[in-house]
Design a protein around this ligand. Structure first.
Ligand SMILES: C[S@@+](CC[C@H](N)C(=O)[O-])C[C@H]1O[C@@H](n2cnc3c(N)ncnc32)[C@H](O)[C@@H]1O
Length: 198
């Protein structure tokens, strides 16, 4: 598969590390031991990191969470926060991307902070496209994004990112697994154009 400008996207799909672990489910994702191990191992060596959905975690250099009751440095909507990082000239080599996984989780937060959830707010959980497009501009080639959720879309090879590790964390019957994914940006500007459909 190749792009209009001749990049070979298949070259971005190589072998990656895979593991499956068991852990008790928790809303504080990184407190789940196999997920915490995954995050800690990847964060080691990062110079500038950004966590737009941090809750009370202060692991990253720059932390944000919409909920003002949390310990994050900023309490902005994630998209506004990422745009602020970009306009402030922040260059990050590590992103922690652990958003609400479903419209229901968004609704619970919004109700908790007295904000009305629109249909568009619910749709965002399907791809977080706008947020991921900003991340793609914030991170230079060689940087890493750790994504958590119920799908393995991540940053994606069409943005020039290659999967280096997937960890599936099983939480038992009746619970969705958490998919933890580490991707590295390996090619720049493949789809940075505003006309990028992905
Ligand atoms: C899955 S939790 C993150 C958990 C965190 N990684 C941890 O290990 O404790 C998602 C967080 O995103 C926040 N959030 C939800 N919608 C948001 C938005 N639009 N912008 C910024 N933060 C948001 C919620 O308040 C919640 O704390």
């Amino acid at each position: 598969m190749s792009t209009a400008n001749g990049h070979n996207l298949d070259a971005l799909v190589g072998a990656f590390r895979f593991s499956r672990e068991w852990g008790m489910p928790t809303g504080d994702t990184f407190d789940c031991p196999p997920i915490g191990e995954f995050v800690g191992r990847w964060l080691r060596g990062a110079k500038v990191s950004i966590d737009p959905f941090a809750r009370n975690k202060r692991l990253a250099t720059w932390t944000n969470d919409l909920n003002p009751e949390t310990a994050a440095q900023f309490h902005l909507d994630a998209l506004d926060f990422l745009r602020k990082m970009e306009s402030d000239g922040v260059v990050a080599d590590m992103i922690l991307f652990d958003p609400p996984y479903s419209p229901r989780q968004v609704k619970e937060l919004y109700e908790g902070i007295g904000k009305k959830m629109t249909q568009q707010d619910g749709w965002r959980t399907h791809s977080w496209k706008a947020e991921r497009d900003v991340i793609n501009r914030l991170v230079p080639v060689g940087g890493v994004c750790l994504s958590f959720g119920w799908d393995s879309m991540g940053m994606g090879k069409k943005r020039g990112w290659a999967i280096e590790e997937i960890r599936l964390v099983c939480h038992g019957a009746g619970h969705s697994d958490t998919i933890c994914m580490a991707e590295r940006k390996v090619a720049g500007d493949l789809f940075d154009s505003p006309n990028n459909p992905i």
